[in-house]
Ligand binder design. Structure first.
Ligand SMILES: Cc1cc2nc3c(=O)[nH]c(=O)nc-3n(C[C@H](O)[C@H](O)[C@H](O)COP(=O)(O)OP(=O)(O)OC[C@H]3O[C@@H](n4cnc5c(N)ncnc54)[C@H](O)[C@@H]3O)c2cc1C
Length: 371
């Protein structure tokens, strides 16, 4: 009987546990610091869980080269088929985003937790603080059980308040792996000299991220104006591009509210109607009356990203140079690292959950090879 420990009952850990459950000669213990498994999975996609993207591509992630190579081995269809086999019915929207057909994240969690064999057991409210390697076996905290393999799937501190982030990475930090500090990603931005009267406004625009005069990335979508900054999917995606910049000084957004109407003549409209009430959100119209701005280049100077507790994922984590193609640590055979704890993060659209599931899938395949 092979004995496997999984650290973290999140998206990657639960997917791995479900896959391992069908091997009769494998025993699994899942260690989870929280009271219940799958907290982030349940919160995903605003409670709908955008679990995959049918058009997943390497350039939607921070490390394009690693992801391009990985996607050659494990693509979208493989993970879609695994979920189908588990009994999950899925629906794909017109932007290739895949959801459970119920549009309810708990369905995914229920599918992962249902019909698990008795060989899979959970130790919840148990934070892994120590991993020890001794004579070819692994030991967790002070427990006496010896494990042949350990799957580290403990995620990142994204979306956690400071108190909950403490100590979650201590056990793998002690392994002295090459890693980058975690930073919030898929998150909004605080803006310098922010026009506070825009709080509560939502407006569709083409949003361009500039570093000084260089265009970094642009995307169209709805911008949400918060108390002291901006958010929304388009802005969160730009946070992922922002995190990839070496120099983040003097970065700004340029919002084009007329991206779909090149011919629109603001001056002519104003001389006829005297204001932009029929063109802009009322709060933007009011701001324009107080302080006119270029509707095709409304500039917002970036102050900083919002804090970790508002982020959907983290940039940073264990370098992918530390792992083999099957996510086994090169320095520690038998130990695997998957999901968000690795330095891989994608934009919004199902890419992050896809990576959590797909990396867990690869690791499970390697751990069960020959079983
Ligand atoms: C609000 C929100 C919405 C999101 N929406 C989407 C979406 O729609 N689509 C998408 O693709 N992605 C989405 N994401 C991102 C996605 O949820 C994560 O990328 C994904 O869950 C990461 O999976 P993981 O298994 O690596 O980590 P997690 O799912 O975070 O699991 C890690 C688990 O390990 C546990 N743990 C941590 N440290 C320890 C320790 N030392 N000992 C024991 N247990 C430990 C944690 O408590 C946790 O349960 C969203 C994230 C958030 C926060």
């Amino acid at each position: 009987m092979k004995n496997i420990a999984i650290i973290g009952a999140g998206s990657a850990g639960l997917f791995a546990a479900k896959l391992l459950s069908s091997y009769e000669d494998v025993k699994v213990t899942v260690f989870e610091k929280a009271k219940n498994p799958g907290t982030k999975l349940r919160a995903s996609g605003g409670g709908k869980a955008n679990i995959l993207n049918a058009n997943v591509k390497g350039d939607c992630y921070n490390n394009h080269r690693f992801m391009d190579a990985f996607l050659q081995r494990t693509g979208y269809q493989t993970i879609y088929n695994e979920f189908s086999r588990m009994g999950l019915r899925m629906t794909v929207d017109d932007e290739n985003r895949v959801y459970p057909a119920t549009l309810f994240s708990k369905t995914v969690l229920d599918v992962l937790l249902s019909n698990l064999s008795s060989r899979v057991s959970f130790r919840c409210e148990c934070t892994v603080k120590k991993l020890v390697h001794c004579e070819g076996k692994w030991y967790v905290n002070e427990f006496p059980e010896a494990y042949d393999n350990v799957l580290m799937a403990s995620g990142s501190p994204a979306n956690m308040i400071a108190a909950n982030r403490k100590g979650i990475a201590d056990y793998w930090k002690a392994l002295h792996l090459d890693d980058k500090p975690f930073e919030p990603s898929l998150v909004g931005f605080k803006i310098k000299d922010y026009p506070k009267e825009l709080y509560g406004c939502r407006a569709k625009a083409e949003v361009s991220l500039y570093q000084e005069s260089t265009l970094v990335w642009k995307e169209i979508g709805e911008v949400m104006f918060k108390e002291d900054g901006v958010s929304g999917i388009v802005v969160m995606n730009l946070s992922s591009r922002y995190n990839q910049l070496k120099n983040r000084k003097k970065c700004r957004f340029s919002l084009n509210f007329l991206y779909d109407d090149e011919a629109f003549d603001v001056k002519a409209h104003l001389s006829r109607f005297h204001d932009l009430a029929g063109v802009l959100h009322p709060k933007l119209n009011k701001l324009y009356q107080r302080k006119p701005f270029d509707l095709r280049n409304f500039t917002l100077a970036i102050d900083s990203l919002y804090d970790m507790e508002f982020a959907q994922v983290c940039a940073g984590g264990i370098s992918v140079d530390e792992v083999t193609d099957t996510f086994e640590l090169k320095k520690y055979p038998g130990l695997y690292a998957v999901g968000e704890m690795l330095d891989i993060d994608g934009v919004c659209g199902g890419y992050n959950l896809f990576f959590a599931f797909a990396s867990a899938y690869e690791a499970v395949k390697a751990m069960t090879h020959g079983h």
